[in-house]
Every structure is written in structure tokens, then in C-alpha cells.
Design a protein around this ligand. Sequence first.
Ligand SMILES: NC(=O)C1=CN([C@@H]2O[C@H](COP(=O)(O)OP(=O)(O)OC[C@H]3O[C@@H](n4cnc5c(N)ncnc54)[C@H](O)[C@@H]3O)[C@@H](O)[C@H]2O)C=CC1
Ligand SMILES: O=C(O)CCC(=O)C(=O)O
Length: 446
Amino acid sequence: MHAELSELRDEVFARNPGEKEFHQAVSEVFEALDPVVDRHPEYVEAGILHRLCEPERQIIFRVPWVDDQGVVQVNRGFRVEFNSALGPYKGGIRFHPSVYLGIVKFLGFEQIFKNSLTGMPIGGAKGGSDFNPSGRSDGEIMRFCQSFMTELWRHVGEHTDVPAGDIGVGAREIGYMFGQYKRLTNRFEAGVLTGKGLTWGGSLVRKEATGYGTVMFTDAMLRTRGESMDGQKVLVSGSGNVAIYAAEKAMALGAKVITASDSSGYVVDENGLDLDLLKQVKEVERGRISEYAERRGNGAHFVEGGYVWEVPGTVALPCATQNELGNKAAGMLIKNGVKAVAEGANMPCTEKATHTFLDAGVLFGPGKAANAGGVATSALEMQQNAQRDSWDFDYTRERLEQIMHSIHDRCVETADSYGAPGNYVAGANIAGFIKVADAMLAQGIV
Ligand SMILES: NC(=O)C1=CN([C@@H]2O[C@H](COP(=O)(O)OP(=O)(O)OC[C@H]3O[C@@H](n4cnc5c(N)ncnc54)[C@H](O)[C@@H]3O)[C@@H](O)[C@H]2O)C=CC1
Ligand SMILES: O=C(O)CCC(=O)C(=O)O
């Protein structure tokens, strides 16, 4: 790696101690940017990389709330507004006990390049809390969301920062946060949050967008080798928003999806997942994945612990969480004949696993490209809100499809032009970076 880059990387690590996921995300980008620095010394001279690694603003706040037993609980809230060179800060909010500053920063950093790749006018941010929604009543969720927004409202706005969902935050939580924002500001400002309900400013296709987009991207990758999703045997991890709609799209394109998982283990359903049942168990009842196997019968079985990557398949779509697919799993997938891997989740593959896939010539779609359909459709939601309009399903899906194809093609062209043909990791990082870097150059030292 270029001396300037490796020095800066070490400096970023030292300035952000203990934030290992953030370090990992920075490393991946820096590795890809080596040839860019050769060609564009002006980026280094203007301190673009240095500035990119320092969030424009980081907000950490107390979130007090009262549980159903009347006990006062205190959580920590975060919003990292990373970069606004291309537009208002944009990115999801995650509620999960593992959330700390390092997770929010890795996600916010990734979001800068992902949002750039979408071609939409959105900057990068991420937020969240170490609140654990699991097992909490609806009333507790509402009180927590209200308390979270009671601090966050002063930092967000349709032209400032536009949060959305992520792990543990779906339409229900967005609804409670929107209600509180409206109450505090006395404004119906639809564009302040995306992922809203369809009757109050939400967009059709947003719910499906991340999963659908990931599969559209995978299909485009396969087509570069004369194949498609049709007939593939697909391994999906997770059983949340991204996983369910990735499975739905894969099936619609003629693939058979045979796995899903949650933090307790995974199910294998060699006959192909029953999506209505999976949605009932996970979206409606918020139950465990083992309940799917119990109710499905038909040879489906539940495996406690472990990873879906032990199951043979031709396409792997990690859609749960960061670093869920390590190097050993990558080796197993390759041995079992995997042809394509696309990250529906953010950074689900470890650095080593990513290298193993690339070295083996497996088609590999990094999250900042493959899962960009969610945030791209959020930007479409913002457009509809600004126009006070709502588009129909097919039109919105077509827009999503165009965006995913254009991201795919830009990754391919950029990787080619920087001497890394077929390397979507290089293509995504370089293409995402250059657009932000040029905007930062034009806007001066800010
Ligand atoms: N919702 C969205 O639009 C987008 C989400 N993503 C990413 O996709 C991934 C999944 O997010 P969503 O589906 O929205 O969340 P979700 O809350 O709907 O589902 C999360 C899924 O991951 C599983 N999971 C979480 N932690 C786990 C762990 N430690 N071990 C095993 N499984 C675990 C959960 O059981 C659940 O199935 C995350 O990495 C998120 O950042 C990326 C782009 C957009
Ligand atoms: O829709 C959004 O604004 C955010 C989506 C998100 O959190 C992500 O792309 O990881």
C-alpha cells in the first residue's frame, strides 16, 4: 500500500482505539484506493482521505425510558453524521445490544461510498442504540423510540439528516419516531425519515428494496459469466427485512432458496423456503427461526448454532450482520461450488473471507454496492415526499432496477479502468470514493 495511505491508516487506527469494525471498513477502502492515489495526487494534497475518516459530527446521548415494571432504564444513543459532500446525511438507525461507537462509525463510513454509488444526492450517516428490542412489549418500544427522538429531533431534518431503519428498526419504530418528531416540531415533515408507512409518506418498494436490489445485483454479476439467478441453489442468512426480500426476489427469478437463520441457529429447507410461513413467523409474530422448521414439516429442519455456510449451495447471500461469514466458511462455500456471493448485510464477510473469494475467482458483490438498493429507494421516497406524490409499485421497482444495474456497470467499468477487472470490491470503493472526493475538492477545506 502507498506510504501516505498506510501512514494515514495507522493514524486513523490510533485516533479511534478499540473500534475494530471501523478499522476494518477503513482498511478495505484504503486497500482499494492504492491505484487512485497514484493517478490523483490532488486528493492527497487536499487531505481528502484524512478528512473523510473524521466524521463531520458525532452525537452521543442518553436515552432514558421506563419499562413495563416501572423501572427506569438508560441506554446510549448515537448519530454519526459522517459526510455531507453529496447531500444531506442519510443512513439507518440500528437498535441492538452490540451497538457502540465503533459499529456506528463503520456503518456510517460505508454509507458514504454506498450512497455515492447510488447516484442520488445523499451524504453518509448512521445511528443507533445499544437498546435490545428483543422481548420488549410494544409499549416499551414506543417509549424508547419517543425518548430516542426527544434528543435526535434537533439534529435531523429533511435538508440536514434523514435517518431510516436498520437492524431492530422497521416500520413500527420509524412510525413511533416520526410521531414524536411531529409532536416536538409541530411540522408534518415527511422527508425527515424514510421507511415510513404507506399511508403517511412512505414509498412502495422501500420494504423490499434492499433484498430485491441485492438479488438484482447478483443476477447482473452472474450474467457477466453467461449465467443468471435462474436454477441457482441459494443460501440466505438472517430472516429479517433484507433476508426475507432477498429470498423473495431470488425465487421470483427462478432460484431455490434453502436456508434462513437468526441468532439462535438456522433452518435448511431443501424443498425451497415457504416464504408466507417465514413472514408469518418473523414479520408478524417476531418469533424464533426454529418455529419455522417446527411448523413447516416437509423435511425442513433446524440446526442450533452454526452457520448456513455449511450447507452446499451455488449462491450465498449473507443478510444478517457484520462478520458473520469468516474465512473457514468461505473455504467451505468454495469447496461446495459457490459461484457468487453478494453482501445483503453490511460487511458480513471478514477481510480474509473477502480475499479468499476474490482469489478463488468467485463473483463477489460488496455490501456498499450489492445492498445499496435500500438507501437508493429511500432517496426515491425523499423525492416523492418533496413532490408530494406517491409512485406505483412497478414504476418504483423499475427505478430501483435501473439504479442497481447502473451501480453494477459502474463497478465493472471502474474496476477495469483501474486494472482490477472483475473485482467489484475495487470497483465499488473507487467509484464511490471519486464522486465524493471531487465534491469535497470543489467545496474547499470544510
Ligand atoms: N434494512 C435495510 O434497508 C438495510 C439493511 N442493511 C443491512 O442488512 C443487515 C440486516 O438488516 P435488516 O434485515 O434490516 O435487520 P432486521 O432487524 O430486519 O434483521 C436482522 C437479521 O439478522 C439476524 N441477526 C442479527 N444479529 C445476529 C447475530 N449476531 N447472529 C445471527 N443473526 C443475527 C436477526 O436474527 C435477523 O434475522 C444488517 O447488516 C443491515 O445493516 C443494509 C442495507 C439496507
Ligand atoms: O435507507 C436508508 O437511509 C438507510 C439504509 C441503510 O441503513 C443501509 O444502507 O445500510
